[in-house]
Structures are given as structure tokens and as C-alpha cells.
Design a protein around this ligand. Structure first.
Ligand code: NAD
Length: 445
């Protein structure tokens, strides 16, 4: 992989700026939509190849990579349709005035992508920016850049004008930092860790440009005794182990009403014991972690849990044919963690969940909100009024009632509060973030 640096980012920003003064900048909203629609069709047609590439690169089971490829196609479809439906408003004002707002693209947008869901995150970040008329410079993660490059080829094939989309591979410290702090970049979207997000925001701040930060999480699912537990069970586990737990919206805390704690823990444990870990193309439940470093980081948390006397309720099994030397790790379900224990507070970013009992609705809310994060939450209950109360009380950017993730719908605005970040991507809402509002007040008497 080419290690792009500051000079390459410079060239990419100049290319993007040139595109904004050329064919891309002059394209109508409908024309922008049409080219995105063509890209969507190409992604759909090449979904299997893209899925294989992503599975090999990230190590995720093929079925999950397939879902990612189709999600990218769906983002292109959604934002293709949205491009010419984004508009300002007319505002009532003093007699003799006509006042209206215009939604204008920022200009050159920078996008720093992590390795866990490259296709999905390109879809929700880059595609929205293009739909709104920006020209994008993308820095994929050094661990997984292949589908970003494939996306670039597809854009060219679909006829996206030169310079509208630029992809620079390279390390975070070089290419990433150069992009975040580039004076020619007018908006920065960052998805990744909270620590790096703060660096990116500081770098962009020096140029006084807006930033969207999609950071980590420690998302809870709250399970009441009156919930449909049959329905809940697969969601409770899948939300913790999908993509080997390397998911920003992973549900790593399961808060369970005391009355059903023992029986639910048994059922969760049985599911964990049935989990199979193996190579991406063997398409089991869980693939390897992204790197040796990530594996030892997660192992250190598991070790810490054991050392502090937490109970390992159950673990999944690594398949006997899993290739030697792979970064495979048994998914681990912990019980007996106090809500303020490290394992119930830190984002582990691996297939590890902790089960925590609660006695009352108030206590459930208090535990759910007692981390520095606030990305996603799930509420499982048969009591509609309680569900409504909890959707308001829980601190999160998305709350799911009697489901978790809603299938990842591209229509649903997504983002965090607190250390989970700020700004919203996905859905129509993202387009507001990728535009700046201009107010025009015309006096005509
Ligand atoms: P990371 O923050 O280390 O890297 C993310 C990206 O930032 C990579 O492209 C990296 O090269 C780049 N980068 C690194 N240092 C940089 C710097 N100094 N300046 C500019 N860019 C730099 O995160 P990661 O380890 O790749 O991903 C894991 C983290 O991402 C987790 O904390 C996870 O929660 C978070 N994440 C959040 C979301 C979300 O939508 N909220 C989605 C995926 C991942």
C-alpha cells in the first residue's frame, strides 16, 4: 500500500478544489444524483467481489461483508435520490423583504475512515458529502484500504468527474493528520477512536472548520422481565459479537432485570458456547480481530476481568480448522462486573460483553448513563409506557425499542453524545451537516 503523506494530501485537495470550479461544481443536483445512482448500480453488480475483498482485508465473515457491500449500494441509492431534494426555506420577515436560505456545499470535505466497516463508513460519510455538492478527499485506514480504492475505481467507471473524489492511502500520523489540518479543507468527517477524534478536532479547529466526530461507545441493552426474551436473545448476543465486537455501536453491556438475571444468563451462555470463530471465508459467526495489537489489547481486558474476580459465564470456540497464527479470540461473556468496573466502562472493541443486573427502572437508567459514552441503547420491554420513558431518559444518539440496530437502516440519523462524538451522519440529516446555510434578505419595498 502506498504510504501517502502531506504532499499527496496537498495534491488531492488541489484536485478537489479544481473539480469544484469545473464540471463537478457546475453539475446540477439532479446530475449529481444520477452519477451516484450509477455508482450504486455498479456497487450492486460487483457486490460479491467487494464482499470478498472486504472479508479478506478486514477478516470479517463473508456474510457480514456482503451486508456491508449492499449497504454501500443502498447509501448510493438513498443519497442519489436525496441530492435534488435538499433545499433552503423562505422565511417570513418585515414588510418589504423576501428572505430565504440557501444550502451550499462546504467545498472540499475531508473523510478519515477506520478499518472496521470501510464500505459502510464511506457510504454514510463520503456519499452524503458528494450528494450535497462537495468534493471529497478520503483517507482510509492503513489496516484496510482495499475497498476504498475499489470504490474510487467504481466512481471513475460511473463517470464521476475527475477530482470530485480523491483517495489517499497512508498512515494516520502522516496522511490523516495532513488532511485534518489542511487549510484547503472546509469540513472534516472523522470516524475512529475518541483520542484521535480529539486530535482531528483540534487540527481542524486551527482552520475554524466544522467537524463531525463519530467515535466509540459502550452501548447498553436494557432487558426487563416483561420483554419478549425469545426475540431479544439473538439481538443481545449478535450486537456484541458482530464484526468480532469491533463495532462502534456494539452492545457491550447487557443490563438485565434481577428477576430474570439467572435464567437469561443461562440462555446467553448457551448461545455463547455455540459461537464458532474462524477464517473470514469460512463464514462462521466471528472472524479474527484486525491485528495482533488489537488481539492483545482485548486479551488484556479479559485477563483483567479474570484477575478482578469477574465470572467468565461462557466463551465461544475457535474452529479447529482456523488458520494458525490468525488473530482469533474466543468471544467472552462476563458476569459479576460492577457497573463502574473497567470492563463495564472502557470500549474494549472485541467480542466481550458484560452482564449487569438491575432492580428498578431508575437503577437501569442510572447504570445505562454512567459511562462517558452515549452512542446507541436498546430497551427491551413489553410495557409501552416504560419504553417511552426510557427512550427519553437514556443518553444516546439512537435508541432502539424491542430491537437493536433496526438492521442498520441508512435512513436513520446516527451519531453520539459525550465521548461518542457529535454531528449526525446517515439519513437526510447528514446532508445538513455537509452543507452550510446562507441567509439572503432582499428588500424590495
Ligand atoms: P483510530 O482512531 O486509530 O483510526 C481511525 C482513522 O484515523 C484511521 O484512518 C487512522 O489512520 C486515522 N488516524 C490515526 N491517527 C491520526 C491522526 N493523528 N490524525 C488524523 N487521522 C489519524 O481508530 P481505529 O483503531 O481505526 O478504529 C477503532 C475506533 O473507531 C474505536 O474506538 C471505534 O469505536 C471507533 N469507531 C467509531 C465509529 C462510529 O461511527 N462512531 C465507527 C467505527 C469505528
Amino acid at each position: 500500500m502506498a504510504a501517502g503523506g502531506a504532499a499527496d494530501i496537498d495534491a488531492a485537495v488541489i484536485a478537489a478544489d479544481t473539480a469544484l470550479h469545473g464540471e463537478w461544481g457546475k453539475a446540477t443536483a439532479a446530475e449529481r444524483g444520477r452519477v451516484l445512482a450509477r455508482m450504486g448500480k455498479l456497487v450492486e453488480a460487483q457486490a460479491e467481489d467487494l464482499a470478498l475483498l472486504e472479508a479478506r482485508d478486514v477478516g470479517k465473515p463473508l456474510k457480514q461483508a456482503r451486508a456491508d457491500a449492499l449497504a454501500l449500494a443502498r447509501y448510493l441509492e438513498f443519497y442519489a435520490g436525496a441530492a435534488d431534494k435538499l433545499h433552503g426555506e423562505t422565511l417570513p420577515y418585515l414588510a418589504g423583504y423576501t428572505v430565504y436560505t440557501l444550502r451550499e456545499p462546504h467545498g472540499v470535505t475531508g473523510h478519515i475512515i477506520p478499518w472496521n466497516y470501510p464500505m459502510q463508513i464511506i457510504g454514510r460519510s463520503v456519499v452524503g458529502a458528494l450528494a450535497a455538492g462537495n468534493a471529497a478527499v478520503v483517507k482510509p485506514a492503513e489496516e484496510a484500504s482495499l475497498t476504498a480504492l475499489a470504490f474510487g475505481r467504481i466512481a471513475a467507471e460511473a463517470g464521476l468527474p475527475d477530482g470530485a473524489l480523491n483517495i489517499v492511502t497512508g498512515s494516520g500520523e502522516d496522511a490523516g493528520a495532513a488532511l485534518a489540518g489542511h487549510p484547503g479543507v472546509h469540513h472534516v468527517s472523522f470516524t475512529g477512536s475518541t483520542a484521535v477524534g480529539a486530535l482531528v478536532q483540534a487540527a481542524a479547529g486551527r482552520n475554524a472548520v466544522p467537524v463531525t466526530l463519530e467515535l466509540g461507545g459502550k452501548s447498553p441493552q436494557i432487558v426487563f422481565a416483561d420483554a419478549d426474551l425469545e426475540r431479544a436473545l439473538p439481538f443481545l448476543v449478535n450486537a456484541g459479537i458482530q464484526n468480532a465486537g469491533q463495532t462502534c455501536s456494539a452492545s457491550s453491556r447487557l443490563l438485565v432485570e434481577q428477576r430474570i438475571y439467572d435464567s437469561l444468563l443461562d440462555n446467553l451462555s448457551a448461545r455463547y458456547r455455540a459461537l464458532k470463530v474462524g477464517a473470514a471465508l469460512d463464514d462462521l459467526d466471528v472472524g479474527p480481530l484486525i491485528s495482533a495489537a488489537q488481539k492483545s489489547r482485548v486479551e488484556a481486558y479479559i485477563e483483567r476481568g479474570r484477575k478482578d474476580g469477574l465470572q467468565v459465564a461462557a466463551q465461544g470456540a475457535i474452529a479447529s480448522n482456523a488458520p494458525g497464527g490468525g488473530h482469533f479470540l474466543s468471544p467472552t461473556l462476563f458476569a459479576g462486573a460492577a457497573p463502574d468496573h473497567l470492563l463495564a466502562q472502557d470500549e474494549i472493541f472485541g467480542p466481550v460483553q458484560v452482564v449487569i443486573p438491575f432492580r428498578s427502572e431508575e437503577e437501569a437508567v442510572q447504570i445505562a448513563n454512567a459511562t462517558q459514552y452515549g452512542l446507541v441503547a436498546g430497551v427491551w420491554t413489553g410495557d409501552g409506557a416504560r419504553a417511552m420513558r426510557l427512550t427519553r431518559a437514556v443518553r444516546a444518539g439512537q435508541v432502539f425499542v424491542n430491537n437493536y440496530g433496526a438492521g442498520g437502516g441508512v435512513e436513520l440519523p446516527f451519531g453520539g453524545v459525550g465521548r461518542s462524538g457529535h454531528g449526525r451522519e446517515k439519513g437526510f440529516e447528514a446532508l445538513y451537516g455537509f452543507t452550510r446555510l446562507k441567509t439572503v434578505a432582499a428588500y424590495h419595498g
